[in-house]
Design a protein. Structure first.
Length: 296
């Protein structure tokens, strides 16, 4: 487009008009710009309320989850937990916190006696196969549970070292000559008759096992699942002391539900189960690099 200008007054008008357009454009851009969002950290009282809300929804909450939820540093969250514990509103445990009402009381999940006869034939077969993997002189960990308990009748005496948190397993193996038993320090939970401690000072730092035999409330693509946070904390400490992890689960556990992840399938070396496992479930395990043994 050509602009013909005749006279100085028209040049001035053009310049003023252009300057006005620039100013209007700049103002429009400033008006349309997104204002920065101001972040206001949560006050200590607000954090306390949120922590207690979360603990009303679940029996255990991890420190890192609290840090993410509250957008606070681990040091800040630890101070919050210490303050709430001093007020008697929660109990701090290794890796997180649980409600004060849960302290020293009950584990989540089905009690041992109620679960003992469920899938009993399958559990006995699984226990027999698992026991055959223990050689004389071995040091093994046997986690408490109704399926791992079925290993006891088949364990051969032969300088076998067994670390277990189950008083049921202790009672079954105590009369055996040639079986050396060790138990961790901690509190006894009568529902499962097991000894659990989420803390590091359980007196077992010297123990190392070639294998750990463990049960689970459920198993799936995510891994092994349990129903109680304190149980998970204690089991993870035991897992760290073993070279191999062997899961003893009857086939119903592939269709069961449990809310807390114990470990991924990448941590599991072998699953011993029964003939009720489906082809898809077996393929899922093998696809994750887990060996599968069917107990018959």
């Amino acid at each position: 487009m050509r602009l013909a200008v005749h006279g100085s007054h028209k040049v001035s008008f053009a310049i003023i008009f252009a300057h006005s357009q620039i100013n209007q454009t700049g103002a429009s851009q400033r008006d349309n710009a997104v204002s920065p969002v101001e972040f206001t950290p949560m006050h200590a009282t607000e954090r306390d309320q949120r922590i207690l809300e979360l603990l009303r929804e679940q029996d255990f909450i991890a420190l890192q989850m609290l840090c993410d939820e509250l957008d606070a540093s681990p040091a800040t969250v630890r101070r919050d937990l210490e303050r709430l514990e001093q007020r008697g509103e929660l109990e701090r445990v290794h890796g997180g916190a649980r409600p004060a009402s849960a302290a020293g009381s009950h584990l989540q999940g089905t009690p041992f006696e109620a679960n003992l006869r469920r899938q009993l034939t399958q559990k006995m077969a699984i226990g027999r196969v698992a026991a055959s993997l223990c050689a004389p002189g071995d040091a093994v960990i046997i986690d408490g549970g109704t399926t791992t308990f079925q290993m006891c009748p088949h364990l051969e005496s032969g300088n076998l070292q067994v670390l277990t948190n189950s008083l049921h397993i202790v009672s079954a193996l105590l009369p055996r000559n040639g079986v050396k038993l060790s138990v961790p320090g901690g509190s006894v939970f009568p529902e499962q008759n097991i000894i659990l401690s989420p803390f590091d000072d359980d007196g077992l730092n010297h123990f190392h096992a070639s294998k750990m035999f463990i049960g689970a409330a459920a198993i799936g693509e995510r891994g092994l699942l349990q129903s109680d946070g304190i149980l998970i904390q204690a089991e993870r400490k035991l897992m760290a002391r073993a070279d191999a992890l062997i899961a003893l689960v009857d086939s119903t556990k592939f269709r069961a539900n449990a809310g807390l992840l114990l470990c991924g399938l990448d941590k599991v070396n072998l699953v011993i189960t029964d003939e009720g496992i489906t082809r898809a479930e077996r393929a899922m395990l093998r696809g994750a690099g887990v060996e599968v043994t069917i107990a018959r």
